[in-house]
Design a protein around this ligand. Structure first.
Ligand code: NG1
Ligand code: ZN
Length: 550
């Protein structure tokens, strides 16, 4: 009976296009764009089923983030705005691997039964579609629509060209029955930023604040979006380069957050003229950001202020607000206990972890992949997570928000204008500025800018919070990357046996040495990471470990 709710002609028409099988990794399905049509079509089916199952709005985003322009990908946003629930990933894989349309239909029928997905009832499905600026995006978006149409009762709404975090934000807001247009997004970000700036204590406002920020938009979707956003901002001078305009360069080619973070080199379009200014790089779909300043030594190398330092800045600021809030008449009181947690991965620079622990913060680790970090951060009242590569955000838990709001109401009637009240207002402004669905370069950079102004800090001062340990990342191509199995938030190799002992042996040779390997979730490689007290040490440790992997 379920079959009559599936448009079979579409299934057949899309199947023959399949040339390669993909797996739903840490970033959904990703690969060469010309091979993806059938897989994206299946992702459309998945999204429709997910919406039918939950009775809520679901998102589907076509992007390959920081990967080359010839690649593309698709990921599904759950009703919360976060990544699709991990329980459904095996189903996504099985759809992608289905050998023919008959099997595909069979898989859908079985899965729908198992999950009690209500076909043909009053339930309808609604899926918001978005794509980045890749030329292959349009065709793939059509394929996704076809997949959604194949599940009768589902409606696809094309939201057009968006950053990944904008789409996730819209899905989340729609399900909370809140205004969710792109204009609403820009308006909320700009007003929250304004509130934070207006709450800066007068004493830090001495001297002229450095309001100039130069943005490298990776020739991606973030370029136009940040220009639109900046029209609503006052007191911040934003210059956008690599904005994606024709002739300005290629998406993600020697530009963008991934390039700057991995190469520690200024992106194209930046150089000696930028020495002394604050610069920020977004990635291709604007869900990552890293800051940098071009060094005067050669006008090309950069002092990188990565995700770990952004995390540290956020943590410092939130902690300070909580301290102010709990200070009554100069005495610490535990009147308003808040569970603040910091979530990192093994890629976090060891110096950042040490710094955060010195601040007395609760730091925990998860495997690589936003879904793991996000899930962990949700366990706290306020959970801050970041990957070193610049993807992260601050989550305010559902249980905590009403507490914060009632504290705000109480303080505004009992002690209006007090420092405590201001601290609460700052936290509330952060909760609306920073994207609660996923990491978001635009909201992230506005928060950084507001905090730097609050502290009266330059980028140099921020960068000096701690000194990064030298590190090196390498990739090793192997026949089967899944032959390597890790545990302990990816810091220990379980299989093949004996390999971890070799890594330990190499690592022990270096002061402050640390090294781990893991299969990438987005590329067909094993990644090697090494850290040591010197760059030479980190380089040769990484080399030595890579040789054992080969
Ligand atoms: P993989 O390929 O699994 O290492 C990369 C990043 C992740 C995450 C995903 C999703 C590194 C070392 N890894 O994953 O942190 O951002 O892409 O885009 O940066
Ligand atoms: Zn991205």
């Amino acid at each position: 009976p379920i079959l009559c709710f599936i448009e079979r002609s579409d299934l057949f028409c899309f199947f023959y296009l399949e040339k390669k099988k993909f797996l739903y990794g840490t970033a959904g399905f990703r690969g060469e764009a010309s091979m993806l049509e059938s897989t994206v079509f299946k992702a459309g089916i998945m999204a429709a089923l997910r919406s039918l199952k939950t009775g809520l709005v679901v998102g589907l985003m076509i992007t390959a983030s920081h990967n080359p322009v010839s690649d593309n990908g698709v990921k599904i946003a759950d009703p919360s705005g976060g990544m699709m629930t991990q329980d459904w990933e095996p189903f996504a894989d099985s759809l992608a691997l289905a050998p023919d349309p008959e099997h595909l239909v069979e898989l859908i029928v079985q899965f729908a039964k198992k999950e009690n997905i209500p076909f043909g009832g009053t339930q309808s499905a609604e899926i918001l579609l978005g794509r980045d600026t890749r030329p292959s995006g349009e065709v793939l978006l059509e394929a996704a629509k076809k997949g959604i149409d194949a599940i009768i009762g589902s409606v696809a709404i094309n939201m057009g060209i968006l950053t990944t975090p904008q789409l996730h934000w819209m899905v989340r807001r729609r399900n909370m029955e809140m205004k969710a247009s792109e204009f609403d997004y820009f308006a909320l970000l700009s007003t929250s930023y304004r509130s934070l700036v207006d709450l800066i204590p007068a004493k830090t406002l001495t001297g002229t604040p450095d309001v100039k920020l130069t943005v490298d938009a990776a020739n991606g979707v973030g370029g136009e979006k940040i220009k639109e956003l900046s029209k609503l901002l006052t007191g911040l001078e934003i210059e956008v380069r690599n904005s994606g305009k024709v002739g300005e360069g290629t998406l993600n080619e020697k530009v963008g957050a991934d390039y700057v973070q991995k190469e520690k080199f200024a992106p194209l379009g930046f150089g000696p003229r930028d020495v002394g200014t604050r610069c920020v790089s977004l990635d291709g779909d604007a869900d990552r950001l890293v800051y940098f300043r071009v060094l005067p030594t050669d006008g090309r190398s950069v002092d990188l202020v990565d995700g770990d330092k952004i995390l540290s800045l956020f943590a410092l600021f939130i902690k300070e607000q909580l301290t102010i809030l709990n200070k009554e008449n100069g005495n610490e009181s535990s009147e308003f206990p808040v569970k603040l947690g910091i979530v990192q991965t093994a890629y976090a620079n060891g110096a950042s972890t040490e710094y955060l622990k010195q601040l007395g913060l609760d730091v925990v680790f998860t495997p690589t992949g936003v879904k793991y970090l996000h899930e962990k951060a949700l366990e706290y009242d306020i959970g801050i997570y970041f990957e070193a590569n610049g993807h992260g955000t601050i989550l305010f838990s559902e249980a905590f928000m009403p507490r914060l709001e009632s504290k705000s109401a109480e303080l505004s009637s009992v002690t209006p204008g007090s420092e405590q009240q201001k601290a609460v207002l700052r936290l509330l402004a952060v909760s609306t500025l920073i994207n609660q669905a996923v990491g978001d370069a635009l909201s992230g950079l506005l928060l950084v800018e507001a905090i730097l102004q609050y502290l009266g800090w330059s980028i140099e001062r921020w960068s000096e919070l701690y000194r990064d340990l030298p590190s090196r990342q390498l990739k090793v191509s192997v026949a089967d990357r899944n032959a390597i199995v890790t545990t302990n938030a990816e810091t220990t190799v379980l299989k093949p046996s004996g390999l971890q002992e070799l890594i330990n042996y190499e690592t022990a040779k270096y002061p402050k040495g640390r090294s781990f390997i893991r299969p990438s979730g987005t590329e067909d490689v094993i990644r090697v990471y090494a850290e040591a007290s010197t760059q030479e040490g980190a380089d040769s440790l990484a080399q030595a470990v890579a040789q054992h992997v080969d």
